[in-house]
Design a binder for this molecule. Structure first.
Ligand code: NAP
Length: 527
């Protein structure tokens, strides 16, 4: 266990809902942030919870990320009213010369929702030198790309390094205040703590790993969907999925490296496996635009600017090809497919690349049908997934025909793997095939959810329909197959099998497939 705390933000327009949220937050939170700026002005009086020392009041104006316009005079009144709810989260302009000594801890916060300012270290110094007895400096800035998070994380390294000198200064400051006010004051926190937050999807990892590296607290949403800042994670996920309080500096860090990680199921699947085996390892979203910058500035031992114990990545669109140039070794499957979806980082900093999409696709299929030698297989779609599918099927000795809406785009599959190509619109029936595979996004939750690449009548007599889509777990195509009494395989089986193969590469453990499937199903049902 580390010493970090989880603070759940409570934000509602009415006093009634505000108080209900406080109740729901209690069992999850070390601290509860009472966002008074969320309340309608006429609800402020009614929402006056009785004192709890784990409450932190916040009354933030719109320009600093608050929910409504609040004048300086209104804020000064709020902080000077003596509402003693526990801690207080002050902005720089109101922390000095207000009744901050009533509040414990005193947080002074800085927010930038547009980006990470270049002078972040100066901002930190500026707040540190405000003559108010500040216990915690919170700095939250929006990260567009993952490399923007470096400057934010460096604040944590800096604060950790200067704790002793700050302690002496704070005690001296404290004595001066007592002298000035001619009254004894509650003792300050001996250290100046820090909460560094990179906001946005690209900064999520800072919310997960902060506590393990000495951050005082991490902020959590009460529930998924009630986030009060970009990139905030629900308290339940922080506790149950990421186990943030159990992590430490030695924790092995794995993550999904992709252009958009917000829909990824990988953190749920892989953390379920780490938890099952009780490994000191965590899997985090790593939303990366600039792959070369990420590898150079955050990962590679010789050039990185911050110290994180990265041990492996799952790699997804659009980096599956570009990652290759960063590798010291690439296995045969990944080389022949021309795409890497798994990177293992050895203790000596060497990078090895693998592709688990191909074996992950094949395993459930072979479990259902056995030997695929000479099996006739129709694959709809000619993109990245289709490439791994064609490679795996040809290796298994199958006779593969790819149906593409744009056959010219599929020519490379013919050249590389010897598959046949047909135009999708000309496909009348798949009855001459043993298996039909959907490797297009048709049927995925959202816009094309009610679409299918093939109808029940086209599927009749096929031995198996394999839809790579896993969300929803029962797609329109699977429903059509059921109508035609054709057995089915859903994308979840591939998702779990390829993740299990990744776990084997990273940790040499046999992954708990049932646990991993159940986790994804629970998650999909909750969405
Ligand atoms: P991709 O590289 O974008 O390729 C998609 C392919 O589908 C392309 O050939 C595209 O044709 C075709 N396509 C798109 N919309 C179509 C439509 N309306 N009608 C006909 N064809 C259409 O994507 P991908 O990486 O191959 O992924 C494909 C699907 O597989 C995704 O839904 C993904 O979630 C799923 N997948 C699942 C797993 C798993 O573990 N279960 C793993 C990987 C992928 P054009 O080239 O003409 O655009």
């Amino acid at each position: 266990m580390n010493n970090g705390k989880i603070c759940v933000s409570v934000c509602a327009e009415t006093a009634d809902e505000f108080n209900k949220q406080i109740e729901r937050a209690e069992p999850l939170a070390d601290f509860i942030e009472l966002r008074f700026d969320c309340l309608k002005p006429d609800e402020m009086e009614k929402a006056a919870p009785s004192f709890r020392e784990n409450y932190i009041s916040t009354f933030r104006p719109k320009e600093q990320g608050g929910r409504r316009e609040i004048s300086l005079a209104e804020r000064e009144d709020f902080w000077n009213s003596g509402n003693d709810f526990g801690g207080g989260d002050f902005e720089e302009d109101v922390v000095e010369n207000h009744l901050y000594w009533l509040y414990h801890p005193v947080i002074c916060s800085y927010h930038d929702f547009n980006g990470v300012p270049e002078n972040l270290p100066e901002i930190y110094e500026r707040i540190k030198n405000i003559p108010a007895n500040i216990d915690v400096i919170k700095i939250a800035a929006h990260a567009e790309d993952i490399t923007d998070t470096i400057a934010v994380w460096k604040l944590l390294e800096r604060a950790n390094a200067e704790r002793e000198s700050v302690k002496i200064k704070k005690l001296e400051q404290h004595k001066e205040f007592e002298k000035k006010l001619k009254t004894p004051l509650p003792a300050p926190e001996p250290f100046l703590e820090i909460i560094p937050i990179a906001m946005g999807e690209a900064g999520k990892w800072t919310r997960i790993l902060g506590l393990a590296h000495g951050a005082f607290m991490t902020y959590a949403a009460l529930e998924t969907g009630s986030e009060t800042a970009p990139g905030q994670i629900s308290a339940r996920d922080l506790i149950e999925v990421y186990r943030v309080k159990e992590l430490n500096e030695e924790t092995e860090i794995y993550g999904i490296v992709g252009g958009n990680t917000s829909y990824s199921m990988s953190p749920y699947i892989h953390n379920a496996a780490f938890k099952f085996h009780n490994l000191n390892a965590v899997f985090v979203p790593l939303q990366v635009k600039d792959l070369d910058g990420f590898m150079r500035r955050m990962v590679k031992t010789e050039t990185r600017e911050i110290e994180l114990n990265f041990r492996g990545f799952a790699v997804t669109i659009p980096h599956k090809q570009n990652i290759v140039k960063h590798l010291d070794f690439i296995d045969e499957t990944a080389r022949e497919i021309g795409a890497v979806n798994t990177v293992k980082i050895d203790a000596d900093g060497k990078f090895s690349g693998y592709n688990t999409d191909a074996p992950g696709f094949l395993e459930p299929l072979q479990n259902s049908l056995g030997d695929l030698q000479n099996a006739k297989i129709a694959v709809i779609g000619a993109g990245g997934a289709s490439r791994a599918v064609c490679y795996a099927l040809k290796k298994a000795g199958a006779d593969v025909t790819v149906f593409a809406r744009n056959p010219a785009k599929a020519e490379q599959l013919k050249a590389d793997f010897g598959v046949q190509i047909e135009e999708l619109s000309t496909a009348k029936s798949y009855r001459d095939f043993d298996v039909l595979v959907n490797a297009t996004p048709l049927g995925t939750k959202g816009e094309t959810e009610n679409e299918t690449p093939a109808s029940a009548s086209q599927i009749e007599n096929v031995k198996l329909v394999y839809d790579l889509i896993y969300n929803p777990s029962e797609t329109k195509l699977i429903k059509e197959a059921k109508k035609a009494s054709v057995p089915t395989l859903g994308g979840l089986s591939m998702l779990v099998a390829q993740a299990a193969a990744q776990q084997k590469i990273w940790t040499s453990t046999d992954a708990p497939a049932k646990e991993m499937s159940a986790t994804v199903l629970r998650r999909l049902a909750a969405k």
